[in-house]
Every structure is written in structure tokens, then in C-alpha cells.
Design a protein around this ligand. Structure first.
Ligand code: CAA
Length: 380
């Protein structure tokens, strides 16, 4: 057991931090207000190799692992939580849908590189109005017609939905089998019959674009069906295990970003003739938050290392997601509190981080679902 990052991991941490400071920090407040996604920064992140970190080079990746990827998401989310999730969805949820679906070599080579190189965005369409936590309750259908499949249905809360060139759509090829009849399709969003529906007006992660994706007699060539009929639910579950590492890293980054800002503030803000950080109450609270951040980080890094070592990591990912995102919510709320009236104002960043943190407790499986995953495993 070695708690030190390797030289390569430190280098990724440094370049991700530099990328976040140079490409994401400028305009982050305005993008939140206007709900604008920094698409140029996304392309650049792809060119620099961030999006493809955990995939082999022949598919447009870097041949590294989930620890390196989690570190990059963490660094970027310290500054811009919206970018953190948009990035994570491309890498974990879109990429994972292909990687964990038994896609053919031709399919991997067609559908992975454009997104992993940051040329275009990908998104993940599992959730439906009546299938949220109960992900197996999808109603979207994919009925075979000659060499094609005809897709009908509505996917909601689709992160990157309005921007994506490709969306992984989970649809029933055998509706009578319910969740065991789900299959994954990569849908090119330029196809006739697929369109962006309602765009969500959100509390946080406002720069990330989230919408419905509507399929109305969308004819998808058989090449778009990745994996075998009926494998979709398991593919989605394996993919979400990875996605939860990404969300945990996003939450951890938000927690650390807000903590750093609050720490700098309490050291210089003077009241009653001394910096407010000299008050023991603030020191104790900050010490407690620091301990929670460090504990959550260890659990997250362990989940990522287990992924990379081929050790089952479903429960590790659930624990990491739960701990990092609850820590994000707690730390960001305290950061606003420590910074008083200033903390409540947009220019001080932490109120945005608090709004961004809330969704990390909800998406890619609510934290109650994470408790269910860990609790069910305990009872086996
Ligand atoms: N890996 C591999 N296989 C898995 C698995 C995993 N992690 N979890 C379950 N499975 C398998 C089971 O072994 C089982 O296989 P068999 O039928 O062969 O025995 C099968 O899948 C069914 O498993 P369950 O009976 O446990 O499934 P369930 O219907 O009870 O659901 C659940 C389990 C954990 C609650 C699951 O539904 C779940 O994760 N729900 C949350 C969904 C979610 O995270 N949605 C977020 C969508 S993305 C998003 O948030 C938007 C965005 O863009 C960011």
C-alpha cells in the first residue's frame, strides 16, 4: 500500500490544475449566470488527452487509469463543477456504455475516439420520467425493422443532451422481458427522428447543458446497437459504477475548492481586532471538514485503484460517491457561512459551489441508492 501519487499522476494533477486555472476560471461566474457551456475548453481538454485518460491509445485514449482520471476531474471541479460533470459524463457514462457493452472492435473504433479526443460530446440516456432510481423501468423501445432498429421514447435529465453528437440510449429490444430486454444503442444525434426536448433550468451546474432527448420513430442502423440483446441493464450498471467515481471526484473537487477559498478568507478577514480564523470555533469546524475531505478522498482513490486493478469496486464506488458528495454539500455550506455576507455573493464563488454540490448527492444514483447498494451487499 502506497499513499503517494506516482510522478505521472502528479504531472496529470498539475496539468489539470493549470488547465482549470487558465481555461475554466475566466468567465466561470458569467457562464453559471448565462447557462453557457465552455465548449472550446472541452475541445482543448480532449486535445490535451484528459477525456480519454482511462482508455487505450488505439481508441483515442491515454492508456492510463481511473485514478488519473479521478484526479483530473477533481482538479477541474475545484474551479468549475459544471465542466467536471460534462467531462465525466463523456468519459465514464458515454465511454463506459461502449466499453462495457461487448461492442465490436469496429464499433469501439467508430464511437470512442471522436468523444475521447474532445472533437464532439457524448451523453448517456438511461433515465426516463418513470425510470429514475428504478432504472430498469425504462419504457423506450427499439424494435427491429430489417437491418435497422426503430427507437421511440423519451430520455430526461440528459447531461450534455443539447450538445452531444452521440447519445448512448438504453432501449427495450424485447419489451416483454422488462429490464432484461434492455439493449444499448449509440444514437447519432444527426439522425432523423431524434431531437433535443426541454432544456432544464437548474439550481446548480448551470453551465452544464441538460435536456430531454426525444426519439420519435428514429431509425438507427444495426451498427449502432452495441452489445448483445438484453445486456443493456448490466452494461448500464457497470457504466454507472464508473460514473460514480467521476461524480465522487466532482464532489471532492467542489469540497476542496470551497474549502481552500474559505481557508484563505478566514486567515485574512479581521473582526474584533483579529483574523476570524483565530477563533477556536472556526478552527475546530475547519479541522473537522478537513478530516472529512481527506477520508472521502482516500475512499475515492481506493475505488479508482480497485477499478484499475480489476478488483470488484461496485461498493467502493457507491461509498466514494456517498462520502465525497455529502462532504461536498457540508463543506460548501460551511464555506458560505464562514464567508458571511460575502460568501452569499456570486463573486466569491462558494455559493455557486454550494448549488453545484447539491446535484452530486442526486444524480448517477441518489445517495440513498448508494446506501442501498452497500446495505444489500452487507446482507448477502
Ligand atoms: N454491475 C454488474 N451487474 C449488476 C450491477 C453492477 N454494478 N448491479 C446490478 N447488476 C446486475 C445484477 O447482478 C442482476 O443480474 P441477474 O439478473 O443476472 O441476477 C441484475 O443486474 C439486476 O440487478 P438488481 O436486481 O440489483 O437490479 P434492481 O432493478 O434492483 O436495481 C439499483 C438496482 C442499484 C437500484 C439500480 O437500479 C440503480 O443503480 N438505480 C439508480 C439508477 C441511476 O444511477 N440513475 C442515474 C442515471 S444517469 C444520470 O444521473 C444523469 C446524468 O446524465 C448524469
Amino acid at each position: 500500500m502506497d499513499f503517494e501519487l506516482s510522478e505521472k499522476q502528479k504531472e496529470i494533477q498539475k496539468t489539470a490544475k493549470q488547465f482549470a486555472e487558465e481555461e475554466l476560471l475566466p468567465g466561470v461566474i458569467e457562464r453559471d449566470e448565462k447557462e453557457e457551456f465552455p465548449i472550446d475548453a472541452f475541445h482543448k481538454a480532449g486535445e490535451l488527452g484528459f477525456i480519454g485518460i482511462p482508455y487505450p491509445k488505439e481508441y483515442g485514449g491515454q492508456g492510463l487509469g481511473y485514478l488519473e482520471y479521478a484526479i483530473a476531474v477533481e482538479e477541474m471541479s475545484k474551479i468549475d463543477g459544471s465542466f467536471g460533470i460534462a467531462y465525466s459524463v463523456c468519459t465514464s457514462l458515454y465511454g463506459g456504455s461502449i466499453w462495457y457493452s461487448d461492442a465490436t472492435e469496429e464499433q469501439k473504433k467508430a464511437f470512442l475516439p471522436p468523444v475521447l479526443k474532445g472533437e464532439v460530446m457524448g451523453s448517456f440516456g438511461l433515465t426516463e420520467p418513470e425510470a429514475g432510481s428504478d432504472a430498469g423501468g425504462c419504457l423506450t423501445t427499439a424494435i427491429k425493422d430489417g437491418d435497422d432498429y426503430i427507437l421511440n421514447g423519451l430520455k430526461c435529465f440528459n447531461t450534455n443532451g443539447p450538445l452531444a453528437k452521440y447519445t448512448a440510449i438504453y432501449a427495450l429490444t424485447q419489451p416483454e422481458k422488462k429490464s432484461k430486454g434492455l439493449t444499448c444503442f449509440i444514437v447519432d444525434r444527426d439522425l432523423p427522428g431524434v431531437r433535443t426536448g426541454k432544456r432544464e433550468n437548474k439550481m446548480g451546474i448551470r453551465a452544464a447543458q441538460v435536456s430531454e432527448v426525444i426519439l420519435d420513430d428514429c431509425r438507427v442502423p444495426a451498427f449502432g446497437k452495441v452489445g448483445n440483446d438484453g445486456n443493456g441493464f448490466k452494461t448500464a450498471m457497470k457504466t454507472l459504477d464508473c460514473g460514480r467515481i467521476g461524480v465522487a471526484a466532482q464532489g471532492l473537487g467542489l469540497a476542496e475548492g470551497a474549502f481552500d477559498r474559505a481557508l484563505a478568507y478566514v486567515k485574512q478577514r479581521e473582526q474584533f481586532g483579529k483574523p476570524i480564523g483565530q477563533n477556536q470555533y472556526i478552527q475546530f469546524k475547519m479541522a473537522e471538514l478537513k478530516m472529512k475531505i481527506e477520508a472521502a478522498k482516500l475512499v475515492l482513490y481506493r475505488a479508482a485503484v480497485h477499478h484499475d486493478q480489476g478488483i470488484p469496486f461496485t461498493q467502493d464506488a457507491a461509498m466514494a460517491k456517498y462520502m465525497c458528495t455529502n462532504t461536498a454539500m457540508e463543506v460548501t455550506q460551511w464555506a458560505v457561512q464562514f464567508m458571511g455576507g460575502n460568501g452569499y455573493m456570486r463573486e466569491y464563488h462558494v455559493e455557486r459551489m454550494m448549488r453545484d454540490a447539491k446535484i452530486t448527492q442526486i444524480y448517477e444514483g441518489t445517495n440513498e441508492i448508494q446506501q442501498l447498494i452497500v446495505g444489500n451487499a452487507l446482507m448477502k
